[in-house]
Design a binder for this molecule. Sequence first.
Ligand code: NAG
Ligand code: NAG
Length: 405
Amino acid sequence: MHSKSIIPLALTTLGLQALARPHCNTQANGKAIYMISNEQKNAVLALPIGKNGLFTPGTGRLTETGGAGMNGLDANNQPAVPDPLFSQSSVTIAGNNLFAVNPGSNSVSMFSISRQDPTKLTLVGKPVAVPAEFPVTVAASLQNKLVCVGSSGAIAGVSCAKFSSQGIEEMDDLRPFDIGQTTPPVGPTGTVSHVFFSDDELTVFTTVKGDPAKNKTGFMAAFPVEPSDCEAGVSVNQDGVRSTPDGTAVLFGSSTIPGSNDLFVTDASFGGAVLSNGGNSDDAAKKAFAVKGKGVVDGQSATCWVAISPATKTAFVTDVGVNRLVEMSLEDASIKKVIDLSANGDPGLIDLRAAGHLVYALSPGNGTTPAAVTVVDAVTKKQVQHFQLQGISFGKNAQGMALLA
Ligand SMILES: *[C@@H]1O[C@H](CO)[C@@H](O)[C@H](O)[C@H]1NC(C)=O
Ligand SMILES: *[C@@H]1O[C@H](CO)[C@@H](O)[C@H](O)[C@H]1NC(C)=O
């Protein structure tokens, strides 16, 4: 039986302290962010965002998912840390529900988020089994009441299910990916990166990393959401289409670009790119993607996660091995600004989200350096808070970030 314990936290802020100033503007700040611990007893850490956009010590809450975490393996067959899942979006939100993967127990958990207190999560039903191994990324559509999970293990691919206020229904048949992996997988190359919906929620996209050393080609898969009869509701096409845009190799975290059919993708082998639909089909998912613009990030180790700021209408990308945000154009992925954050002492950044003028980026640390969330003002390009997470079961294995708007 799953336990639903809520552990009170002692959170401390150390290092560079918040330059607490109000961020009053037309774009609203978020209400909270959520990340998974990916520890043996997997849990979601919820951190409420204050009116000024910043975090306050002692206000976070850990809630167990009822499932287990697990680490992928690095090139030396050691548990990969940080970035144990080689993915973006191991946790996501649709409406007032939150979904989190359990890589070590091949399941996905659904929570409801309290309207009074966004840190108060209640499990809805039990974690639901995915027909695959090592689930790493999850997307949910409120409009279609669909949740889709991407898995990177010996059985890899994407599976979807309907959800309701009663919980997640049975997951559908796997859309398999022949990535030749083990459980846990050896990464980061040759693994599933990110499942996400198009802005109209009519396509499920999935990025899969190639493995250049093994001549394995990466790709972007697009599965159309299809209407069915009223009884059955919608379903996700089983076959989809795949494209490998020229010049990409290790496609990682991605984002739709609001107001456009283009996608912003990161590629761990060089930086970021804007992809456009190359074909002339009316159905976005049937068109192949082509590179519209490419930004090569000098000095990168692996550029893997992206969030688009509503304030600047630019992409911010992170690198697990370099502690900085790189701001890139949504037109052609050209580099607009490099925001060096090395003074805060973190080794690098993974998942991130943007709301209002602010960008929230997770550093899981590395075991010696504790986990932290760095808050950067997207307009002034300055760090405004470095919020360390200590004394809790949340650190080097942590992954994912969802934001409640
Ligand atoms: C990959 O392909 C290239 C060109 O076809 C070939 O020269 C190379 O030996 C291949 N490498 C592996 C590991 O199969
Ligand atoms: C952890 O990160 C810190 C800061 O970058 C670095 O000084 C330290 O060597 C790292 N430790 C390990 C075990 O990688």
